[in-house]
Design a binder for this molecule. Structure first.
Ligand code: NAG
Length: 347
């Protein structure tokens, strides 16, 4: 690989923040034939860091190969220095792109003709001039701590619940962590299929007809499909009246909605696997396969405008669980399709 030693060390120091100094020393000592041993040792440290265990030596050897290829990809990307964001050797470093998408994203994708709201867009007449330059709903206490969907493709439930937690806080003054598992187990009709995928509007519709949702602690997350526990679900902690769709492919409309409340969006997450920080920009697909929640927007110190997005992959991913995605791009569908299917619950 053509990365010179000082450059590699600089990247490890400034970008891969979670890497302890031992990894830096090991990389610095890396030389010729020792490279394979150093990579195997790095894989061991990574396994310990993320509590990863493999069923046998063959699986471990296979995972080491994937890890090696991913580390090379990440280091080459970061060393290029051409991007406004950087990648890190995170908890997904031993998964191929296909494996990552199969477990972490919405297997069924987001259908263009799924459940969509038939009601209006309440932020329609908000003047663009009246919008704040930046919004961060976390500073208003309207965002719960980052959650972790683990090996279950129910991002749609996390996206919908985060948007609901936001509007419940803004309307009642109470921030209540609500139950994704209730959606996974009980919202099993129409487009929603637990760990196999679903739609945020489908989740909102279920919550409306169910009369609300119970709390995270009352109906905790298991990262697996389960039977609906009606007695737990009956203990409603918060409710919504309905939901509305933001006009599609219109980032200005999305900005009006986000200035009003956290908003559920679907994105193409094919370039999300190793994101660690910065404003994600550049080419990205529009095959919507992941549900997340926009909880703000702003402008980075270098002038790049971004959407502030809450993900559900724990805090070791991205910027403590968040990603900033380029805002107001040339494509009306937005970065990774973020403006294609936004929606929000109403109270
Ligand atoms: C926006 O303004 C138009 C024209 O006055 C009006 O017909 C429409 O109902 C308004 N929309 C909302 C959501 O208030």
């Amino acid at each position: 690989m053509a990365i010179s030693k000082p450059v590699l060390l600089a990247i490890l120091c400034c970008c891969i923040c979670s890497y302890h100094s031992a990894a830096v020393v090991a990389a610095g000592e890396l030389a010729g034939g020792d490279a394979a041993a150093a990579m195997a040792a790095r894989h061991e440290r990574w396994m310990a860091q993320y509590g990863r265990e493999y069923k046998d030596a063959a699986e471990k050897a296979r995972r080491l190969e994937v890890f090696r290829a991913n580390v090379a990809f990440i280091e080459t990307f970061n060393a290029g220095g051409k991007s406004t964001y950087w990648l890190g050797v995170n908890q997904f470093a031993d998964l191929t792109g296909e494996e990552f998408r199969a477990t972490m994203t919405n297997k069924k994708g987001f259908s263009a003709n799924g459940v969509r709201a038939s009601t209006g867009f309440r932020y329609e007449n908000v003047s663009a001039d009246a919008l704040p330059a930046s919004v961060d709903w976390r500073t208003k206490g309207a965002v719960t701590p980052v959650k972790d969907q683990a090996q279950c493709g129910c991002c749609w439930a996390f996206s919908a619940v985060a948007a609901m937690e936001g509007i419940v806080k803004l309307s009642t003054g109470k921030l209540i962590s609500l139950s994704e598992q209730e959606l996974v187990d009980c919202d099993v009709h129409g487009d929603d299929h637990g760990c196999e995928g679903g739609e945020m509007d489908g989740a909102f519709q279920f919550i409306v007809s169910n009369g609300g949702l119970t709390t995270e602690s009352n109906y905790p997350y298991t990262a697996a499909d389960g039977r609906c526990k009606a007695a737990l679900a009956a203990n409603v902690a918060a409710s919504i009246r309905g939901y509305e769709d933001v006009p599609a492919n219109d980032e200005a409309a999305l900005m009006k909605a986000v200035a009003g409340q956290p908003v559920s969006v679907a994105v193409d997450a094919s370039s999300f696997q190793f994101y660690q920080g910065g404003v994600m920009a550049g080419s990205c697909g529009t095959s919507l396969d992941h549900g997340v929640t926009v909880v703000g927007y702003g402008t980075a110190s270098d002038g790049a405008k971004y959407w502030l997005v809450k993900n559900s992959w724990g805090t070791t991913w991205g910027e403590a669980g968040y990603v900033r995605m380029e805002k107001d791009v040339d494509d009306s569908r937005g970065m990774c399709g973020i403006a294609m299917q936004p929606s929000y619950p109403t109270v």
